[in-house]
Design a protein around this ligand. Sequence first.
Ligand code: URP
Ligand code: ZN
Ligand code: ZN
Length: 471
Amino acid sequence: MATTLISGGTVISAVGRREADVLIDGESITAILAPGQAAAFGIAADRTIDATGKYVVPGGVDVHTHMSLPFGGTEASDTFETGTIAAAWGGVTTIVDFAVQNTGTSVHEKLAEWHEKAADNCSIDYGFHQIIGGVDEDALKAMTYLVDNEGITSFKLFMAYPGILYSDDGQILRAMQNASESGALIMMHAENGIAIDVLVAQAIARGDTDPQFHSLTRPAELESEATHRAIQLAKVAGNVPLYIVHMSASGALEEVAAAQHAGLNVFAETCPQYLYLSLEDQLMQPGFEGAKWVCSTPLRTKHEHHQSDLWKGLRLNELAVVSTDHCPFCFKDQKELGLGDFSKIPNGIGGVEHRMELIYQGVVAGEISLERWVETCSTTPARMFGLDKKGVLEPGADADVLIWDPNGRTKIGINDKHHMNMDHSAYEGFEIDGKVDTVLSRGMVVVEDDTFKGRKGHGQFVKRGLSRYLH
Ligand code: URP
Ligand code: ZN
Ligand code: ZN
């Protein structure tokens, strides 16, 4: 097995930083050494990577992606092949994507379908959550089976999208009771979809068809209301661990914080789009441009301090994780499906490549610490979702490493750094005071010298354990 020494860098973990060298043997980390210790012990690695002046951090873990997701009559434009290459370019070494079951389909068959999409196509490691879009007896049985046998320990339910993925409160309660028995975690898309559909129909009838009405028909109150309801249902179901996905609204965050203060296993993630983008600056761009930023939950108004509350939530650990909800659609032919009717615009923003960069810029701006960057983007998502060998640099962990250059600079944009399979960038023109330098996935260099050096098929499916983040 080849050995690699990453020397001279500053190793950052969720709890601190120190000058140290990282010794890798094959696919695993074998030691974290004080500077000079490798030479003193006579360790001569096959390869040394000089990380002088750079940060050495665990590779990014993005627990919310949708490669090739069928949605709104089309399919997310990144495949597992293109999306994991883009992820690697962004310092991400593990994704957890979503297999999708809907009413009348078999969980087992759908999971097999997703395995087929991903197998031999990924250049970084991947796992799956299972979406249960049709809660019935068979789906409930399958949930238990997946936890016990398939390394799938988290299930996403939808309070939105009636008729497509929506579960009513009774179905949600039953799925939560099931998860409570098996030890699984429930992920919730918390928006009141029944009320939203009324507002959408009224807007269309009025002729309010532009992209901005996507946000205006999904008011923040309907995110808070659904979040509150999900928390109460989780409590009734025996305090099942509940994780609210893609949180965008202050009120919803308050519900989560209150549940945490009450000692419940309630957690939440937000995504870079909710920290940086808004109704006014993006969705309200002239003509149909705003369609690029149609996603659910939606971008919020700048005038209600959602963004600053979300940053604060990250500092206070009310928000434990930053994921991307990477769900890219090209403007041409895909977003354009909603020309003249915002409700037909496929929902999603692509960002798997830029999460580490954008959240690092939050460190530069003084919003969070370097350690918190590592914690929210790597360590906690790994612990939350039972990825036992990911998210840390310590002996025995997978050698998934991001070497970050704080003196580098990254310009994001379709003609700059952009490797996702989409014809625009949601973050066009953003500049980052730092840069992905080198990325290793299980000991293999996948990005170096501004070159992708990975290999399709190197990425393996990771069976996950139960969440290790619970109180
Ligand atoms: O707009 C979004 N979020 N698209 C992906 C599906 C989902 O609800 O996560
Ligand atoms: Zn969702
Ligand atoms: Zn999603």
